[in-house]
Structure formats: C-alpha cells, structure tokens
Design a protein around this ligand. Sequence first.
Ligand SMILES: [Zn+2]
Ligand SMILES: [Zn+2]
Ligand SMILES: [Zn+2]
Ligand SMILES: [Zn+2]
Length: 344
Amino acid sequence: MAAAGAGLAELGFAEAAPAWRLRSEQFPSKVGGRPAWLGAAGLPGPAEMSCVLCGRPLAFVLQLYAPLPGRADAFHRGLFLFCCRAPPCCAGLRVFRNQLPRKNDFYSYEPPSEDPPPETGESMCLQLKSGAHLCRVCGCLGPKTCSRCHRAHYCSKEHQTLDWRLGHKQACTQSDNLDTTVPDHNFLFPEFEIVIETEDEITPQTVEKEDESEIRGSMDEAPEEELDSMAKHESREDNVFQKFKTKIALEPEQILRYGRGIAPIWISAENIPQEKDIPDCPCGAKRIFEFQVMPQLLNYLKADRLGRSVDWGVLAIFTCAESCRLGTGYTEEFVWKQDVTDRP
Ligand SMILES: [Zn+2]
Ligand SMILES: [Zn+2]
Ligand SMILES: [Zn+2]
Ligand SMILES: [Zn+2]
C-alpha cells in the first residue's frame, strides 16, 4: 500500500482471491480466514487475543499491509484487527501492529513472485517459521496441546473444546495429517482479498471546512438553550450523516479508508473522539489516525447469522505516530468504535 498523498484516502474493496495470494509470503491485505501473520516471532499470546470485555477468544477481522516508505525498519508492516464475536458480548476490539526490515529471518529479500506457487499439496499452515504452533480454530498462537495426541494446538480451552466436538474427537487417534482434517468451526469470518484504489477527489475543500466549523460551533452551546440546541443537535447529526453518505456515494462498496494522518469521516456527530480520548503509545509518542473500517464490511462478514452479532458504524484505528519498535513482536494499537446513532 502506498502512502496517501495530500490527504487523499485510499479505499479498500473486498474481492475473492485464490488462497495462495492470501498467504504470509505474499504480504496480503485481507479480510477473514486465519491471520496471515507477518513477523513469525512475538505473536500476541492468548491473554492479548482475548476480549477485554468478556474474556473469550477474539476472531480475526482483517489485516492491512501498510509499509512506511523511507523507514528501513518498517519495510514490511502489517496491522491486524480482531473482534469479539461471542454473543452476547460481540463488542471487544483489538488491533496489533508488526513491522520488519527488508532483510529479516522470515522472508526473501526479493519481492514475492506474482505467479501461483507449484502445487505442493501442502495442507493448512498451522505452524510458523519460528516453530510456533497456531490454534486450529482461530489461527492465533496456540500454546496449549491436546493431551492425547500432542499434535493439535489451541489458544484456549474454549477452542480445544470446540474442535473436539466438531471432529478432533475422531481424528485425534486416527489421522496422520491433522492439518487436512480441520473442520469448519463456524468461527472464522469468510475470507477475501482487500484490493486498494485511490479515491478521486470529489468533495470541494470549502464545503468540508464549513461543516467542521458548524460542528464546533454547536458544541459550545449554553445549557439554557437546550431546546434550541436539541434542534441544532439533530441538524448536526443529519449533517454528519449526510456528509458521510455523500463521501461514500461514489464508491458505495468500500470496506475501508486508509490514510495515515488524514481525517477520518464519522458516521454520526455523537461519540467523535477528542484528542484526549486517544491514548498515547507506550513509547511516549502520540497515536495518529491510520485507517477506518466502514459498515459495508459487515455485509461480507455475514456475522448476523447468529442473531445478536458484531456491529459498528465506523471503526477508526489509531497507531503510533513514530511506528515505534517496542521489542521484536506485535505492538497493540488503538481502535475507536462509533455506532450509527439510533434515529427516532
Ligand atoms: Zn467479548
Ligand atoms: Zn483459538
Ligand atoms: Zn488430539
Ligand atoms: Zn510507539
């Protein structure tokens, strides 16, 4: 992904792609399936991969390949977004960043081939080049093993139980190649490649400026003018939502907008974060906006089949402005969730 020039967003679209294109060696941007981890060392462990609200294992939503031009230590760079899809919670969100120099232990110095690799009959890859095993259900770090066969790995008791019920009970003692007998656990989201296109400039700058001053103005209302301010609030809400709709109207299928340091577009006037709401990176640097996930992605996730499910208006991801290197592994960044305001 190229850097966004002059504040223009790059738009992401979900498209079907052959499985080989979505493997780690291809440095994919993708939705769903198992994460195609970038660095094979320092993966987030089960504690980091669980929901901060309900404690259950998170499901992989998407990853973006987002290197930083001019930064030798971030020649490869990936952002990995996870959400809780366990009802009734379905609310936790976490995002992790990883980066590698061009010369590293895991990948060729040269760019990957654009041709499909020879068919090796290789099964699902549940082990990383670092030797670390991945959970058969979610594809995250799997430090637990089946105590009978010692060949099946899991992130958690919960995923071990799920795999046992859905087939490992039989495969445990029989199968020679466990990786080819991974059942559908109904846990992963459907998999797509994310294809990136630069957005055409469609909104005149002057219109945007007017909108912003209007928003700021109505935030300063005095409390005694409550009725008046309620009316203004409603029109402000309409304004923000209208602007959102106008902005995406030309490319209604966009599932994400990328642009490090650009302004996100909000779907509602409520719950727009202030600077103080975005925590600094543990390295001390500020976090800046990097990309946002649009509600259109929900259509591809087909997450609503279980009734109560994952939902959002906009997910805005903020990352360390320095893209620092704390240790060798994955660094947690910050997600802000904005819901669509309920309208009477
Ligand atoms: Zn949860
Ligand atoms: Zn798992
Ligand atoms: Zn077993
Ligand atoms: Zn930092």
